[in-house]
Design a binder for this molecule. Sequence first.
Ligand SMILES: [Zn+2]
Length: 45
Amino acid sequence: MSAHVHVRLDHGLTMNERSELVELKRCQCGAMWTTIHWAGDGDLE
Ligand SMILES: [Zn+2]
């Protein structure tokens, strides 16, 4: 079987226990990724 290439589909935004904005992405195979965006500090370099 050939290697599966994940496709990261947007799966919405949520807030964790520390009030950080968490971006969820999910592949159709079930793999998930989370990216934390710090709330209240928009400075990105
Ligand atoms: Zn996948």
